[in-house]
Design a protein around this ligand. Structure first.
Ligand SMILES: [Zn+2]
Length: 80
């Protein structure tokens, strides 16, 4: 599997995210990066970029789920 990078422009690899940060689908649709070929859900954003984009929209109190377990479970599997 090729490396997946944050779509927010910061250049962080998905495997280097501290955790997956999940937000409501309706909010995600507002901030998700432009869909990439073969990635139907529109890419990923690191927690930093999720926060930045939400705040840019004036959304300063948003419920999130931090899912570190799933990411850690994939640890190293994306190494090239
Ligand atoms: Zn980012």
């Amino acid at each position: 599997m090729s490396d997946l990078y944050c779509g927010g422009g910061c250049g962080i690899k998905y495997q280097d995210f501290p955790a997956d940060m999940l937000i409501q689908d309706t909010l995600w649709e507002l901030i998700c990066p432009t869909p990439l070929d073969g990635w139907k859900t529109g890419g990923v954003l690191c927690p930093n970029c999720i926060c930045k984009k939400l705040i840019e929209l004036g959304l300063t109190r948003v419920e999130v789920i931090v899912d570190a377990v799933e990411l850690m479970g994939k640890g190293g599997s994306y190494d090239s």
